[in-house]
Design a protein around this ligand. Structure first.
Ligand code: AMP
Length: 215
């Protein structure tokens, strides 16, 4: 899944996870867990995440190399938040070539810039089950708890307006070049992210069906 912060990658990846029974692999979630548990990776990543900057490529590539070896990834997976740089994309391609299991599709969700900032600052997440909420169109329960597991939802520390704008700049500079990278290899499918969660999900499934019928 490709797309700017706040575009809905996580929400849509979770829907695909349920519908296709393959795991969502979110590097942001893995890093947030690492920070929470004070692991070596978490200690190294924390500062970059708080500033809205990217964690260095070598750390991310090692993390992904290990994650993709897990049993649950044997039948496929949805990558959410990786790759985020051309170096990461090249390393991923090499890793997947080695196991002869190339990427099927790259879905890019697109949304207007100001809408992204609005979505990011209104986002709330459940720290227990990872469910995503939005104060505008998908609020948690009125008492601020998660509709799925009852835990109190929180705002991510990097979801304030200033860090959101830095993350969007970083996205433009370092991640947007992946659009032409995957477009030239014929894998890129773009989906308008402005509709409801269900509408965007339907568009994603449509493009996935088209791309699987082409291969
Ligand atoms: P996300 O939840 O995908 O918005 O990621 C939250 C933060 O984790 C980002 O702002 C980065 O600091 C870091 N991060 C997540 N994925 C990557 C990646 N592939 N490369 C570098 N940093 C990442």
């Amino acid at each position: 899944m490709l797309g700017a912060p706040g575009v809905g990658k996580g929400t849509q990846a979770k829907k695909l996870e349920e519908d296709y029974s393959i795991p969502q692999i979110s590097t942001g979630d893995i890093l947030r867990d690492a920070v929470k548990n004070h692991t070596e990776l978490g200690v190294k990543a924390k500062r970059y995440m708080e500033e809205g900057k990217l964690v260095p490529d070598d750390l991310m590539i090692d993390l992904m190399r290990e994650r993709l070896k897990s049993d649950d990834a044997a039948n496929g997976y949805i990558l959410d938040g990786f790759p985020r740089t051309i170096s990461q994309a090249e390393a991923l391609e090499k890793m997947l070539d080695e196991v002869d299991s190339p990427i099927d599709s790259v879905i890019e969700i697109t949304v207007d810039y100001e809408d992204l900032v609005r979505r990011i600052v209104n986002r709330r997440v459940c720290p227990a089950c990872g469910s995503n909420y939005n104060l505008i169109d998908k609020p948690p329960r009125p008492d601020g708890s998660c509709a799925k597991c009852g835990e109190r939802v929180i705002q991510r520390p990097d979801d304030n307006e200033e860090t959101a704008r830095t993350r969007l700049e970083v996205y433009d500079e370092q991640t947007k070049p992946l659009r032409s990278y995957y477009s030239s290899s014929g894998l890129l499918r773009q989906v308008d992210g402005e509709g409801s969660i269900e509408e965007v999900s339907a568009s994603i499934k449509e493009v996935l069906q088209i791309s699987s019928s082409l291969t």
